[in-house]
Design a protein around this ligand. Structure first.
Ligand SMILES: NC(=O)c1ccc[n+]([C@@H]2O[C@H](COP(=O)([O-])OP(=O)(O)OC[C@H]3O[C@@H](n4cnc5c(N)ncnc54)[C@H](OP(=O)(O)O)[C@@H]3O)[C@@H](O)[C@H]2O)c1
Length: 424
């Protein structure tokens, strides 16, 4: 170290790079790296130079960017453009005048997405689902809204989907068989809806050259033990693969993968409340069970973020809080002022004691932001520079993301969350 500056030898040692590599990068990245020259003409490097070199090394060696791509990132071009895009999308400009289709639009998440889209002035929102009664209730709930159209249809029916998808720009694919137990006992039905149905959505979207198509997956697709999880994993793969055979079409396909949405249809909160109010024991798979949770608002907002950010083939994974199931039970019991026994019924077919949000392999090709992980597609071509996102960085250290690891929400935090969601 000379006067607070590093010599080239010291720099090689600190960066783990060979001297000829450093000199080559210095030439290539001349506008970013400007070592100071000592009186004797020797190069001297500041802490700032060291940081820049480590960043260049990360981009070229770890992330596989070309020199051109790395220069673009360092200049901030990519990120600035994306940030602007994200800002304008957030303001709602993005959905204004767009034609939107929501498969499974009458479900818990679909209704929330619809409510949030309405003030953003889309040209039309088409709800696509099978059961007319749910559609009727949704119409009652939302009142007469002129830009919502209701289509009765099954995602297994490609011709009907194609009709509903005419001229559509954005598709939210939420329709699914999502109950672990029923998929376990009716596996081929799960395959028909979750796998063939998803491929139908892809085919119909490609036919109309839709702009973006987002698929709602689940943490149960990670190292799946259930038929439901396995079919969702296959659907994620279908969505990723579609980006690579779409030819000249503009369509971007991506998935979001999240945990339990608090209070959604068939979730444990309504079940526990019912059991308590009817004086029945609360049935738990195991007192040791842990889960990722998310509010309905967070789930809907996250799906919108995926629309804004998707470049093609990613799986977007929100950073979600974790809870111990026993804490949830205690909060619900307290809030109702009711007490009952807890009956452990053991693991049911396809269930897990804990959930994961990424496999070990996915961790190695993911990017991190403060709010999410972005799993980049396996099929990505080496050196491809399109996967740039505002505020994204390479995950530091071990980010294996399982719900048994904690930290867990305290009971007070769970109580506040449930109150905010008006679930207790
Ligand atoms: N809720 C959660 O905790 C959670 C967590 C992670 C991921 N997800 C995923 O998010 C999505 C939405 O979940 P949700 O909780 O909103 O589900 P939900 O309330 O059960 O709604 C499911 C929707 O899909 C429709 N549907 C089912 N099968 C269909 C078919 N074959 N063709 C057309 N529509 C069909 C249902 O309407 P009809 O019955 O009338 O057809 C309903 O509108 C699902 O894909 C789910 O796997 C949910």
């Amino acid at each position: 170290m000379k006067n607070g500056f590093l010599t080239i030898g010291e720099l090689c040692h600190r960066t783990g790079l060979k001297e000829h590599t450093l000199r080559y990068w210095e030439r290539e990245f001349g506008s970013f790296l400007k070592p100071y020259r000592s009186k004797g003409g020797h190069r001297r490097y500041s802490d700032e130079d060291l940081k820049k070199l480590l960043r260049i090394k990360e981009l070229l060696k770890e992330r596989g960017y070309t020199i051109k791509g790395a220069k673009r990132i360092l200049k901030g071009d990519g990120n600035i453009r994306d940030e602007e895009e994200e800002r304008s999308l957030r303001k709602g400009n993005y959905f204004r005048g767009k034609k939107i289709l929501i498969t499974g639009g009458t479900g818990t998440v679909g209704r929330e997405i619809t409510r949030r889209l309405l003030p953003l002035n889309p040209s039309v929102i088409r709800i696509y689902s099978r059961d007319e009664t749910k559609q009727f209730h949704m119409q009652e709930e939302l009142g007469q809204v002129k830009n919502i159209r209701y289509f009765i249809g099954d995602v297994r029916d490609l011709r009907r989907l194609e009709m509903a998808m005419e001229e559509v720009d954005i598709v939210f694919h939420l329709a699914a068989l999502k109950h672990v137990g029923s998929c376990e006992y009716n596996p081929f039905e799960a395959i028909n809806t979750n796998v063939y149905g998803s491929q139908n959505v892809i085919n119909a979207a490609l036919k109309v050259n839709a702009e973006k198509v987002i698929f709602a997956s689940t943490d149960k697709a990670v190292n799946p033990v259930s038929t439901m999880g396995a079919t969702k994993l296959v659907a994620e793969k279908l969505f990723t693969a579609a980006n690579f055979y779409k030819g000249r079409r503009r369509t971007i396909f991506a998935s979001v993968r999240f945990g339990n949405v608090l209070g959604s249809r068939g979730s444990v909160i309504p079940l526990f409340k019912n059991q308590l109010m009817n004086g029945k024991p609360i049935t738990l798979t195991s007192k040791r069970m842990t889960r990722f949770i998310m509010s309905l608002k967070e789930a809907a907002e996250f799906i919108f973020k995926a629309v804004y950010l998707a470049k093609g083939g990613e799986v977007f994974v929100p950073k979600m809080p974790m809870i111990r199931i026993m804490d949830l039970v205690e909060v619900i019991k307290d809030s109702l002022g009711l007490h009952t026994n807890i009956k452990e019924i053991g693991i049911r077919p396809g269930e897990k004691l804990y959930e994961e949000l990424m496999t070990k392999d996915e961790e190695t090709r993911s990017l991190e932001r403060d709010d999410m992980y972005i799993i980049l597609p396996l099929l990505r071509e080496a050196g491809e520079d399109k996967y740039l996102y505002p505020d994204a960085y390479i995950p530091k250290g071990d980010n294996h993301y399982t719900s048994e690891r904690g930290p867990f929400l305290s009971r007070d935090e769970i109580r506040r969350l449930l109150q905010e969601e008006r679930l207790i």
